[in-house]
Structures are given as C-alpha cells and as structure tokens.
Design a protein around this ligand. Structure first.
Ligand SMILES: C[S@@+](CC[C@H](N)C(=O)[O-])C[C@H]1O[C@@H](n2cnc3c(N)ncnc32)[C@H](O)[C@@H]1O
Length: 365
C-alpha cells in the first residue's frame, strides 16, 4: 500500500484511512499480546515454585508512560513511511497463517519451560543439539527458549515471541534504524545503489533485513548470525521477497568474516543486551573494522537506566521473566564510551518505545 501524491489527490482520505487502519491493527496486536502475557504469567506462577526474586509490581504511571511510548513509535513509524524512508506496505506485512501455527506451538512448549524453571535449568539443550564451537555465553536458554537459539523450533517461534513481548511493535522498533542509516548513506551518493553494501550483525530470522530490503530495494544486503537454525529461517523469510537475496553467513559477531571497510552501513538489532561486557566491546570493534570510513553503524537495543531511572522495576523484572543473564549489566553499560573506544565519532542516541539507538560514524581518514 504505497500512498502517492496522485492517489492522495484522487482520494484525499486515503492517508487518514491507512494510518487509522495501521493503528487499529497494532491495537489488536497489543491487546492480544497483553492477554497472552497475562495468561502465561499466571499459569507459570501456578506451574512453578515461587521465584526467590518475586516480580516488582509496576506503578500505574509507568504503564501509562509505556503505552504512550508505544503510541508514539507507531506515529513515528507512520510518519517515516510518509517521508519515504520505506514504503507503507511494510507496516502492513503480516504472517497470519504462521502466527496461528506458531501460537499453538508456544503453548505446547510451555510445559517444557515450566519443567526447566522447576529444575532451575537455564543452559539446557537436547542431546541432539550440536553445541561445539559456540562461545559459552551463547549456550543459554535465552527467553527460556527450548534449545536456546539452536533449534528450528526456536527459530519458528522467535518472531512471534518477540512481537508478544513488545505488544506487536517489534518491527516498528527495528525500523527506527532505517532513517539514520539512510541519512548516513547520503555521504556515499556517488555509489550506485546496487554497489551499496549494508550488513546486519546478528540478523536472527532476518526481520531487520526484511525491513532494510523494503527501504533499500537495490542495495547489497548481508546478514550474519551464530545460529544455523535462525539463518535457515531468515533464508526462508527473505527468499520469499522479490529481488536480490541478502547474503547470509554463519559467524560470530566478534570475528566478522569480511575485509576492513567493506560496508557502507552496518546495523545490529537486539544483540547487545545478550552479550557479556567484553563481547559487547569486541562486536563494536568488529563493526568499526568492517564499516567503511565515512560509513554509519546503527545499534537498536533495550532502553537503559541512564534515560529511564524510573523504569528500574521493569528493568529488574525483564531478566527474571525472560532469562537474560547479561541484561542487568547492559542497562548501565556506557555504549557511547565503547563506540568511542573502537574509533567511532559523532555518536548520537535516540530513544523510542522500550528501545535505545546509537548512531555512530566511522571517521574518514
Ligand atoms: C535477540 S536475537 C536478535 C535477532 C535479530 N537481530 C532481531 O532483530 O530479532 C539475538 C540474536 O543474536 C545472535 N547472537 C548472539 N550472540 C551472537 C554472536 N556472538 N555472534 C553472532 N550472533 C549472535 C543470536 O543467535 C540471535 O539470533
């Protein structure tokens, strides 16, 4: 659904109808997510012994603030489509048949999660899962996922689980990397679109790449991740999109298999809170190395305590609810300093719904 000036003149309400439809669809996703979270949290409480660290109650005003942030990101998402950063059609992408199948699988997987919670097992993998060669910090049941990031079932369920956590706004959060990347790439205006190379580090199932493809239809897109299963899923999702397929490669983000200065733009979504501190610095150093002088690196991750000290209760709950062993350190980790240490300059930050963005440039010369 691409609105054009011509269409607007034929049908002046097209824009308003489109925006209202988008917001209404997002409201439905938000309500369904909330219903699921309430039901699953209550059942988990019944099925597992009381946690030694009970969840903090969330004050009303914090819930209002979160709701407002959610509304604001939808507004920004719509405005950025209006500004032409990406087509409106990406706002309406949905995978409803997959959602229905995967939703039932989420419930069917729940007893296994409860069993692991009862047994206090957070690094539990089936015998069939090959764990050779991965960094030890990676071998975790992040989000209590069965087999962590190392099974096809985990890859199938991941996107829906993330959407539920973020009330259906996860892709709106990912799309916030697009305007700064587009602006950053303006310095390479002499480079043909097909020659422009963009890397998404820790691409997971390819959701950021899917959005990047809509925004940069001709660019050469690349994605790396440690999980073969998530890369298989990314390949399935991305190969359904017409146009050149992004190149996917299994790699540790701490040792990217690309030559220095290969990419005009580099992004990384939702990775840093899942890394221990030294790995965060190593990934930033690698992003610096593979980004071209003059190029831009954009990070999207969770909000931090610096800007949201009043969100401490929810930041405390998150790692308990979702098994995120490195999150507590992440929320007070100064990534600006890490980016500067790597060599980036001109660093800007933004905050949107439950998310923080770092926009960093690699100096020329
Ligand atoms: C929370 S997911 C984010 C995935 C994706 N970027 C997104 O937008 O949903 C974290 C991803 O980072 C990957 N990952 C974690 N540590 C990594 C590392 N050291 N190198 C490469 N990928 C890693 C995981 O396999 C997983 O796909």
């Amino acid at each position: 659904m691409q609105f054009t000036p011509q269409l607007d003149s034929i049908f002046p309400f097209a824009e308003e109808i489109g925006k209202t439809t988008y917001q209404a669809l997002q409201q439905v996703k938000g309500i369904c997510s909330l219903a699921h979270k309430t039901a699953s949290t209550e059942l988990t409480k019944l099925a597992t012994p009381p946690s030694p660290k009970p969840l903090n109650p969330l004050p009303q005003e914090m819930l209002f603030k979160i709701q407002k942030m959610n509304n604001d990101i939808l507004e920004t998402d719509w405005e950025d489509a209006q500004k032409g950063y990406y087509p409106h059609s990406v706002l309406f992408e949905n995978d409803l048949p997959d959602v229905l199948v995967n939703y039932s699988q989420i419930w069917l997987d729940m007893p296994k999660i409860w069993q692991r919670l009862r047994d206090k097992k957070y690094q539990d993998f089936d015998q069939t899962i090959d764990r050779e060669g991965y960094p030890s910090y990676y071998l975790q049941n992040f989000h209590h996922q069965t087999n962590g990031y190392l099974s096809d079932q985990s890859a199938d369920l991941y996107d829906l689980q993330v959407e539920i956590v973020f009330n259906g706004s996860a892709n709106a959060m990912r799309r916030r990397i697009i305007p700064p990347l587009k602006q950053g790439l303006e310095v390479f205006s002499d480079v043909a679109p097909q020659q422009t190379r963009i890397l998404d580090i820790a691409c997971g199932t390819g959701m950021a790449l899917r959005n990047l493809r809509a925004a940069f239809p001709k660019a050469s897109l690349f994605g790396t991740d440690l999980s073969p299963a998530y890369l298989r899923k990314a390949n399935q999702i991305l190969s359904a999109i017409p146009g050149t397929l992004p190149q996917l490669l299994q790699a540790n983000a701490e040792e990217l298999p690309y030559s220095d200065g290969y990419f005009h733009g580099t992004s990384c979504v939702f990775l840093f809170h899942e890394l221990p501190p030294q790995a965060r610095q190593a990934v930033i150093n690698e992003a610096f190395r593979v980004t071209k002088p003059g190029g831009t690196f954009v990070i999207c991750d969770s909000i931090q305590a610096f800007e949201y000290p009043d969100f401490e209760p929810i930041m405390e709950n998150f790692p308990t609810m979702f098994h995120e062993p490195y999150y507590r350190h992440y929320v007070t980790d100064d990534l600006n300093e890490r980016l500067e240490t790597a060599g980036f300059d001109n660093i800007e930050t933004q905050n949107h719904f439950m998310s923080k963005y770092w926009i960093a440039r690699k100096p020329v010369g």
